[in-house]
Write a protein that binds this ligand. Structure first.
Ligand code: ZN
Length: 474
């Protein structure tokens, strides 16, 4: 007969010491059969009488080596120790990591009343100890180092060393810390002098890691043997790199079993290199995305694991795309680790014939060429905002252009490139090689950032003036 299993860690019958069986009568034999039937129906490996509300020292188990029925069992010898996850039919939905003896000898009576000795190891040893605990009112929860719910247990988990430095990496670290993966340590660049006082300033990732209570490592160079030794000792399954800022040596790339995973801010193989966000906008792209890949010695040439496409708005700035990519990339990174943990990741080599580069920004990239179209100027301005900024010259003085708007795709006849052809309420209108551009936000040399309207109130600018020459023309 199938009996009802008592559930809950506060149920009195599960929490008191069960009584010795003095006489093996029909009642005990029926109890043994019912326990076995109930255990099988519930797909358990063992069951003790208190779990069906009978406070007697009787257990059954079957780990696939045949059923065992024991009366008044006692552990008479224990050796070794082993840690494993276990659950209990009386505490459904929870799993605990429990340390138990690896081998035991259990003495008890069989249904015929004869003394029986069982030498058990592995799973059988664990189940016997678990069931005998029930006879003393002990649940696996009492012995567990940690308890998780089943759902949690099924979530994938890798041990991770996270390497990153600037703001872009912060959402990835945050999202990873919330995930089922375990961060062993965070590696970031040393504190560098910054600001007016040139005081050593921690990188954004260091601040976030400390807030999350994670261990922070700041090697001067990741090629230092002492750093590689330290990393080896941590035994990470995977190293995750998000905008770290140093070249990875081969010794590091080959260290973790799952390799080093990088989050890159483009749809590789397009825009390999240092400035993929800026370059995509400066090129007027309407779409880009984020990629995770297994790092290899070449520059962003590793096998692709996952990609996510993203639209770029017509007026979107590099700053806005940077923030969105950091968030979307963080999700992609956790999904990548989930797939790696489950063995579902299928890295694919990049198509070299489609590769393009996004080299670091240089001073030349920031100078506005008014001979280009208004659209190209607009792409340059928003692709360089909020850092480092596009600039032009007005009467030989530098003028940064932080924001503007395409006013017309056509230029008026007889106007020069860079010439102020009108003053609107919001700002001056500049003639381009093709089309006209309205300045909305600027910053004069040694001045603060301001609206073009404020600029017009404080600085001399007239129709006919020409922007763009460092020689003070116009
Ligand atoms: Zn149990």
């Amino acid at each position: 007969m199938i009996l009802e299993i008592i559930k809950g860690d506060d149920s009195p019958v599960l929490r008191r010491r069960a009584r010795e069986v003095r006489k093996i009568g029909k009642g005990i034999l029926r109890l043994l059969d019912d326990l076995l039937e109930t255990m099988r129906e519930a797909q358990g490996l063992g069951l003790a009488a208190p779990q069906v509300g009978v406070s007697k020292r009787v257990i059954v188990c079957d780990v696939g080596e045949g059923p065992i029925k024991l009366i008044n069992p006692v552990v008479v010898r224990r050796s070794g120790s082993a840690v494993a996850w276990e659950g209990c039919l009386s505490v459904p939905g929870l799993l605990g990591e429990v340390e138990r003896a690896e081998e035991v000898t259990v003495k008890g009576l069989n249904p015929e009343g004869r003394e029986t000795w069982i030498d058990a190891s592995g799973l059988l040893a664990r189940v016997l100890q678990h069931e005998i605990d029930h006879l003393d009112g002990i649940l696996f929860l009492d012995r567990a180092r940690r308890v998780v719910d089943e759902e949690e247990f099924e979530r994938p988990s890798l041990s991770v060393v996270f390497m990153g430095t600037p703001d872009f990496a912060v959402p990835s670290l945050e999202r990873l810390a919330e995930s089922s993966h375990r961060i062993l340590a965070v590696v970031t660049q040393p504190d560098r002098p910054a600001g007016r006082g040139k005081r050593p300033t921690p990188p954004p990732i260091k601040r976030k890691a400390e807030e999350l209570g994670l261990t922070v490592l700041q090697p001067e160079s990741i090629k230092e043997p002492s750093f590689l030794t330290k990393l080896k000792e941590l035994e990470p399954d995977v190293v995750v790199c998000v905008a770290f800022g140093q070249i990875f040596p081969a010794a590091l790339l080959n260290l973790p079993p799952h390799g080093c995973i990088n989050l890159h801010a483009s749809l590789l193989p397009e825009y390999r290199g240092a400035a993929p966000i800026h370059r995509a906008i400066m090129d007027g792209r309407e779409r880009s995305g984020v990629t995770t890949m297994i790092m290899s010695p070449g520059l962003d040439k590793g096998d692709i694991i996952l990609q996510e496409e993203m639209d770029i708005g017509p007026d979107e700035t590099a700053g806005s795309l940077h923030d969105r990519m950091a968030r979307v990339g963080a999700e992609l990174l956790v999904r990548t680790l989930d797939e790696l943990a489950r063995g579902e990741a299928k890295p694919k080599p990049q198509d070299e014939s489609r590769a393009s580069y996004a080299p670091p920004l240089k001073r030349e990239d920031e100078i506005i060429d008014w001979g280009r179209s208004a659209r190209e100027v607009h792409n340059q301005v928003r692709g360089l905002a909020p850092w480092p900024g596009a600039f032009t010259y007005l009467r030989g003085r530098l003028l940064k252009v932080w924001a503007g708007r395409i006013l017309s795709e056509r230029s008026p006849a007889r106007a020069r490139s860079g010439q102020v052809i009108g003053i609107e309420e919001d700002g001056p209108v500049i003639n381009c090689g093709e089309g006209t551009y309205l300045l909305l936000e600027v910053q004069p040399e040694n001045g603060r950032r301001m609206t073009a309207r404020d600029f017009l109130n404080g600085y001399e600018l007239h129709v006919g003036d020409v922007l763009g020459s460092a020689q003070g023309e116009g």
